[in-house]
Write a protein that binds this ligand. Structure first.
Ligand code: HEM
Length: 320
């Protein structure tokens, strides 16, 4: 009798977990992790993102960048979202993160999820799902996001030195990505995220003011016009003309010496990354879309906390 009851009540759960790819998910992520515990989680996030990007398209890039900056420091554990507290300076206040935007959007999404399913959906998963949704809303590819990440409890500003810098050259970038388990292919593919979004003049001013031979002189002159010396907070489009559309425009820019950062231009300095840039600059977007989906899922696996590690934060900006 007991075994019959067990079968009736638990078989559907086990089967649904199995078919959603969540069987024996201990220690790893799986697609559909919340299908039983918060079935509407992904729909709630997508609906909120549609509203946000419809009203403020320029936030798409900022929200995508949050996931990258989260994963490269302490893994994808939402440590980037924690506020500095009790005299401890958090990642958020580290130099490379001072240009991040979109935290308020994440707080709004989290509040909606807490209302629907309290204490279930992690902030780290929200960042990964939001990144996918904003790419889709920018006319980019859709990919299935493995979930089940838990939130970290530590965030240290000085660890943001692990993030790549805009002035980095190709060997530093390849090494930096390798340190996170990512390849040169992942580097050139994920750099394609610079097809959306904006940058502060301060992130590339040294390049345009020092007549860098690797930047097209007309482009440098245009940028100098936009970035007046005292206007370091001015924002410029990274893929001019299509900065809200996720396309191959970035590779076109880089291939014609119009990459904004040294790190973009540097992709022409290695045979493998150069070949990729030149191919995407002239090809259709389908290869880039497929590659981007693969690489971002890989990035989303960096150092994840699962099982009993970490916690599910109630608010993304503070530990429970
Ligand atoms: C390869 C090394 C990379 C470097 C050195 C780099 C550097 C930067 C810098 C300096 C900015 C401008 C920040 C500002 O001044 O506001 C920026 C913006 C951006 N980055 Fe990267 N990045 C890199 C890779 C990535 C990756 C892997 C992604 C995502 C997968 C990404 C997504 C973005 C997006 C979407 C923006 C626009 C942000 C906005 O509109 O607010 N970047 N990046």
């Amino acid at each position: 009798m007991a075994s019959k009851v067990l079968l009736v009540f638990f078989l559907p759960l086990v089967l649904s977990l199995f078919f959603s790819g969540c069987a024996e998910a201990q220690g790893r992520l799986c697609v559909g992790y919340y299908s039983q515990t918060c079935p509407n989680a992904e729909a709630i996030i997508s609906a909120e993102m549609r509203k946000t990007i419809n009203s403020t398209p320029s936030l798409a890039g900022s929200l995508l960048r949050l996931h990258f900056h989260d994963c490269f420091v302490r893994g994808c554990d939402a440590s980037v979202l924690l506020n500095s507290a009790n005299g401890k300076v958090a990642e958020k206040d580290g130099v490379p993160n001072q240009s991040l935007r979109g935290y308020g959007v994440i707080d709004t999404v989290k509040a909606k999820l807490e209302k629907a399913c309290p204490g279930v959906v992690s902030c780290a998963d929200i960042l990964a799902l939001v990144a996918r949704d904003v790419v889709v809303l920018s006319k980019g590819p859709y990919w299935q996001v493995p979930t089940g990440r838990r939130d970290g409890m530590v965030s240290i500003a000085s660890e943001t030195s692990q993030l790549p810098r805009p002035a980095d050259g190709i060997s530093q970038l390849i090494q930096n990505f390798a340190d996170k388990g990512l390849s040169a292919q992942d580097l050139v593919v994920l750099s394609g995220a610079h097809t959306i979004g904006k940058s502060h003049c301060s992130s590339f001013s040294s390049r345009i003011n020092s007549s860098d031979p690797r930047i097209d002189s007309n482009y440098a002159a245009t940028l100098r016009m936009k970035c007046k010396p005292k206007h370091l907070t001015t924002l410029v489009q990274m893929d001019p003309g299509s900065f809200t559309t996720f396309d191959t425009g970035y590779y076109m820019q880089v291939s014609t010496s119009r990459g904004l950062f040294n790190s973009d231009a540097a992709l022409l300095q290695n045979p493998q990354t150069r070949a990729y840039v030149l191919r995407q600059a002239t090809g259709s977007a389908s290869e880039f879309f497929k590659d981007f989906s693969d690489s971002i899922v890989k990035m989303g696996n960096i150092g994840v906390l699962t099982g009993a590690a970490g916690q599910i934060r109630k608010k993304c900006f503070a530990v429970n």
